[in-house]
Design a protein around this ligand. Structure first.
Ligand code: G6P
Ligand code: ZN
Length: 548
């Protein structure tokens, strides 16, 4: 610390009316909007910080933040994955953390930019906090900033600054982005078992794609340096501002480089992550796809392969409502409860904090456990490698054995994007009237020789078992008598235009019926032509199938 105190400026500003954080996603907007609208970013950051009670804010630690805050923790070169932020917040008992990320969307100029806010338990801000931030952002009149504060992001360790209005020095700590997270992983997994799998004669050849997001350094350090995978197992490991022009979303539509490499047959295990490392996709040899819902159920059934769960026990499972019910079959066999929550990781936090839930997952390529309060892509990869090491089977064998034991939940998701919000509102309203009408119960629909009869319909509502919060209108469910389901849901993470998601799940107990392509279930034929649906959607939106 040297020289005279660094001035803290209070800058007058005008509020924006459109800074409502989306559930879980924080504030995500086109990069151009952040650049072009005056004070758009500082306004929002100030609103986030002001949402923390002054008493808690003074002298607290934030994982990346500012103003009246005593200490900042920043990842070296500004790189921290979402799971690592959750890990650090919990470890050092910070008041929260701010993550600047486009998440799984194209980033950089011409792409998107986002600000996520995690709270003191390490999890995404719950809705009450997001509402508070939104209210503040609509009336904000000034923000505080230290334009002259120069932090060397490359230098590990503590840097202290004398800020004008502070008695104590303002501390900034640059931490190794991987170290703290790696140490947590060491307490969860049997590193030796994974290392034996990845090294020596007969080693499992893996291919892991960091998609030019933040995961590169984590993948290299954990999988290559620590667990012995050859350096060329890890690809696209240099974090790039625009993700190399790619869409860093680990699914069959966007992780095509990995899919093609896996189809070559040379590798036995493939994985990809999104830009901030919370989402993941698993592929087996020849591009065998593990659906996120199946991945969750298989992990649940094999938790005893992981030292962490052997030690801690398994208390319960959580899945978002649209996630397939494959998990429920495992839970039933293990005699543990399943909590069915609205989409969005934040709904799992209370369950985990209160010790009700050990493992959670979503169909949107996220799985995690109570080691953190975020979904965690690299953790999921280490879980899979542990299972492969313990069972001595290939990815495909593990999945097929699982289906043989529990039955297969065929699963497809269709996204109708770019819809006019008003039209979307009417579609969902009319659809709700149609499916919740009493006459809809008992109706039968035939697809080939398979007859589905409607057993139950509703508009999904969640009552948080911990604090009693009620969350309504979380999707329309049509549940058939054999546990197959059709779900219509409004996406909460789309921007100005709206997105309707259609989730189709068909249960097949008989192992001779486990070899179909999921889309052969042609769910659209289920729908009586005269209802006018889904043709309404087909004409008004572009369809993307992301989870085939
Ligand atoms: C974000 C959250 C996920 C959630 C997803 C839902 O990615 O981090 O936890 O599943 O949003 O998105 P949607 O567009 O389906 O509302
Ligand atoms: Zn993400």
């Amino acid at each position: 610390m040297e020289g005279s105190p660094i001035p803290v400026l209070t800058v007058p500003t005008a509020p924006y009316q459109d800074q409502r954080p989306t559930g879980g996603g924080g504030l995500r907007r086109p990069t151009g909007l952040f650049e072009g609208q005056r004070n758009y970013l500082p306004n929002f950051i100030q609103s986030v910080l002001s949402s923390i009670d002054l008493r808690d804010r003074q002298g607290c630690t934030m994982v990346v933040g500012s103003e009246k805050i005593g200490r900042l923790i920043i990842g070296q070169n500004g790189i921290l994955s979402t799971p690592a932020v959750s890990c650090i917040i919990r470890k050092i008992k910070a008041a929260g953390g701010i993550i600047l990320t486009a998440s799984h969307c194209p980033g950089g100029p011409g792409g998107e930019f986002g600000v996520k806010f995690n709270v003191a338990n390490g999890g995404p801000a719950p809705d009450v906090v997001s509402d508070k931030i939104y209210q503040i952002s609509k009336t904000i009149e000034e923000y505080a900033i230290c334009p002259d504060l120069r932090i060397d992001l490359s230098r590990l360790g503590r840097q202290e600054f004398d800020l004008e209005n502070k008695f104590k020095p303002f501390r900034v700590e640059i931490v190794d982005p991987v170290d703290i997270y790696l140490n947590l992983l060491r307490t969860i997994f049997d590193f030796n078992a994974i290392k034996s799998l990845l090294t020596g004669p007969g080693q499992l050849k893996i291919r892991v794609d960091a998609m030019h997001g933040v995961m590169g350094p984590y993948v290299r350090k954990v999988l290559c340096d620590e667990l012995g995978a050859p350096a060329n197992s890890a690809i696209n490991c240099v974090p790039l501002e625009d993700f190399g022009g790619q869409h860093p979303d680990p699914n069959l539509t966007y992780a095509t480089t990995l899919l093609e490499a896996m189809k070559g047959g040379e590798y036995g295990f493939g994985a990809a992550f999104d830009a901030d490392g919370d989402r993941y996709m698993i592929l087996g040899q020849n591009g065998f796809f593990v659906s996120p819902s199946d991945s969750l159920a298989i992990i649940a059934a094999n938790l005893s392969c992981i030292p962490y769960f052997r030690q801690m026990g398994v208390r319960g499972f959580g899945r978002s409502m649209p996630t397939s019910m494959a998990l429920d079959r495992v839970a039933k066999a293990m005699k543990v409860p399943v909590y069915e929550t609205p989409a969005g990781w934040r709904f799992f936090s209370n369950l985990m904090d209160s010790g009700r839930c050990s493992l959670c997952g979503e169909e949107s390529f996220g799985t995690g456990s109570d080691h953190l309060r975020e979904k965690d892509g690299l953790w999921a990869v280490l879980v899979w490698l542990s299972i492969i090491a313990a069972r001595k089977q290939s990815v495909e064998e593990i999945v097929r054995d699982h289906w043989a034991k529990f039955g297969r939940h065929y699963y497809c998701r269709f996204d109708y994007e770019g819809l006019e919000p008003k039209t979307t509102y009417y579609i969902m309203r009319d659809l709700e009237a149609l499916v919740t009408d009493k006459s809809f119960i008992g109706q039968q629909f035939a697809v080939g020789s398979h007859v589905y009869s409607v057993a139950k319909t509703d508009s999904f509502e969640y009552v948080d078992p911990v604090d009693g919060t009620v969350t309504k209108k979380q999707g329309l469910r049509i549940i058939f008598s054999d546990a197959s389901r059709l779900i219509f849901r409004l996406s909460s993470s789309s921007g100005v235009r709206a997105t309707i998601r259609l989730y189709a799940e068909s249960y097949e107990r008989d192992p001779t019926g486990h070899d179909q392509e999921p889309q052969m279930n042609e769910f659209d034929k289920l729908w009586p032509a005269q209802s006018g649906f889904p043709s309404i959607l087909f004409v008004s939106a572009q369809m993307h199938n992301t989870t085939k």
